[in-house]
Design a protein around this ligand. Structure first.
Ligand SMILES: [Zn+2]
Length: 582
């Protein structure tokens, strides 16, 4: 597939170019799609049919493709069941760059049905799908696998299927999905990272965001001279007697599909503890000293986030940090790291341009923040991914505040202004595998800082975000859930519906404009100019030495002031707004 998903970590310089065009992705999907439906035919025997695609300019960049809808929609063949458990049991052959294995999928039927949808990219073979000993028929369609059962599965019953697959995974996308590399000493270095582009590009699963398994086992067979690190708690190693060793991990918590990760290499291991939490680190031998120095930041990071949100959410699985050859990813309890053991972000050492980024390792602080927002609290649809990225970018500023205080945190937050585009709304449609714009990160942090200024009571704000995290921990939610929670929790203090504020920042490209009209009679008229007619937001204005809080709406109001057009100021570091003085 072409195009770059707005995946984690935040886009680098290259991806700060214009938005990836869905049209390009559409072209790729059309090219990859085999002719209509291929009934139970192994893909290896097929030649992908080249479908005449329209010129990219003719496609609306936001028009979802057939594949987007199959991937993105929570249709009846998905909604009729609830995932309980996966056991991904896979063998990785570094020489042949070949994978094979099975995923055991356990689910509970929520409705009577004889068909479910699982997903696996068409370029990997389905060797068989079994219900017990019974082979199941299936239909492949643009990455979806529609599995038919010989009889209706009754609502309330628990079912288990074994989905056998194999093939050569195709390296694709910004992080490669499944990469067979070598380290400097010639050892295989094999990693997976597939956020945005999809976990079904390398293993069969229900590739959507709404439904997660309750827990999971991961078994990975690799050449015995290598080390394998996956999510969850290490259980055991088993010598298979053929030069391969199977590594077994157990994930005790719900997990996003794209978080499931393999990391295979000549890894060296070192460990630490933070209270009851185990910390396990993996780096290549030549980088071990650098890793021991740089990874020590993980402890401070964990302390900071635990301070604001409570105990690390995957304590039974522990916290792991693993060196990889790409930038890094928030793989649950197995965060990956490729920031070259230096502070800042390797694409731009002073990432926010205000001199604060060089004080810490951006990838450790950002990717690990996702353990709270992204992994423990997850969006139920990619359309609402700001719940991962906006919040985690805000967590960066909380780390800065914890270490160096609120003034530096404010500076850091406002350093992100230069990266915001305000061209597209942060939120998009549900059910079409929507890719949010990069504003979900940068406008996301500025919006959350604005919300804090609206609340205007730091103890209350910190209690609010702590309780929000605890309330939604291990759940898959939408923006509406966040808004409802904020409204409920702030109602006794603010006496106002925050919905139009959320809507203006998340559902429109433009930020609010504060219109200020000065006249000669020592008064200023003021109002909000917004897309949301019911928009009303307090803001601090006047003299920064003693701000005055006013409560503009979209209707003109008048305020007496001795300040002039030039000396009348607005607290735009606390509220992300534009000001129009006339
Ligand atoms: Zn991120």
């Amino acid at each position: 597939m072409l195009g770059i998903s707005p995946a984690c970590p935040v886009p680098n310089r290259a991806t700060l170019a214009p938005m990836p065009s869905r049209a390009l992705i559409a072209l790729a999907s059309l090219t990859l799609a085999s002719s209509a439906l291929a009934q139970t035919t192994p893909p290896s025997s097929q030649t992908p049919t080249q479908i005449q695609a329209p010129a990219s300019a003719e496609l609306d960049p936001r028009t979802p493709t057939h594949a987007d809808i199959l991937r993105g929609a929570y249709g009846p063949d998905r909604a009729n069941n609830d995932l309980l458990y996966y056991h991904l049991d896979i063998r990785v052959d570094p020489e042949k760059k070949f994978i094979s294995g099975k995923n055991t999928i356990r689910f509970k039927m929520l409705a009577d049905a004889a068909r479910i949808q699982i997903d696996l990219v068409d370029t990997l073979a389905i060797d068989k799908i079994l219900l017990g000993a019974t082979p199941l028929r299936y239909t492949r369609d643009s990455g979806a696998v529609l599995i038919d059962f010989p009889q209706t599965l009754k609502a309330g019953t628990t079912q288990t299927i074994d989905f056998f697959f194999s093939g050569h995974p195709i390296e694709t996308g910004r992080f490669g999905v499944f990469t067979f590399k070598q380290d400097a000493s010639g050892h295989p270095w094999i990693n997976t990272a597939c956020e945005g582009i999809g976990a079904s590009l390398w293993w069969p699963n229900k590739d959507q965001w709404r439904d997660e398994v309750q827990n999971m086992d991961i078994s990975v067979a690799i050449p015995s001279n290598l080390v394998e690190v996956s999510n969850g708690r290490f259980l055991s190693k088993r010598d298979l007697g053929d030069g391969y060793t199977q590594w077994n991990w157990h994930v005790h918590y719900p997990i996003n599909n794209y978080d499931v990760s393999l990391n295979i290499g000549n890894y060296q291991h070192f460990a630490d503890k933070l209270g009851p939490l185990t910390l396990d680190f993996y780096a290549l031998p030549e980088d071990l000293d650098k890793a021991k120095r740089q990874f020590s930041q993980a402890k401070l990071m964990l302390q900071a986030y635990q301070h604001y949100f409570g105990e690390y959410p995957f304590i039974k699985d522990g916290y792991k940090l693993i060196q990889v050859p790409y930038a890094g990813m928030e793989h649950q309890s197995a965060v990956t790291y490729g920031n070259h053991f230096a502070n800042g972000y390797f694409v731009s050492p002073d990432w926010t341009g205000v001199g604060i980024s060089p004080r810490f390792d951006f990838i450790i602080i950002h990717e690990s923040g996702h353990e709270w927002f992204g992994n423990a609290v997850s969006a139920a649809d990619p359309s609402d991914m700001w719940i991962h990225e906006g919040w985690t970018t805000y967590l960066e500023s909380l780390y800065v505040e914890y270490r160096w205080g609120k003034p530096d945190a404010l500076k850091y937050i406002n350093g992100y202004k230069s990266k915001v585009r305000n061209l597209h709304p942060i939120l998009g449609p549900h059910g079409v595998n929507f890719e949010p714009p990069i504003d979900q990160y940068f406008k996301g942090i500025l919006f959350l800082n604005t919300l804090r200024s609206i609340v205007d009571n730091d103890p209350h704000w910190f209690k609010l975000i702590h309780n929000l995290f605890q309330h939604f921990k291990y759940k898959n939610i939408l923006t509406e859930d966040v808004v409802a929670y904020f409204n409920q929790q702030t109602a006794p203090h603010l006496h106002q519906d925050l919905t139009p504020i959320f809507d203006q920042y998340l559902r429109h490209p433009s930020i609010p404009i504060l219109d200020l009209a000065f006249d000669t009679a020592h008064t200023v008229r003021y109002r909000w100019r917004t897309d949301e007619p019911a928009f009303a937001m307090p803001i601090r204005v006047g003299d920064p030495a003693h701000w005055l809080t006013i409560r503009p709406t979209t209707q003109w109001q008048t305020l007496p002031t001795l300040l002039t057009r030039d000396t009348f100021q607005v607290a735009t570091d606390l509220f992300y707004v534009n000001v129009d003085k006339s």
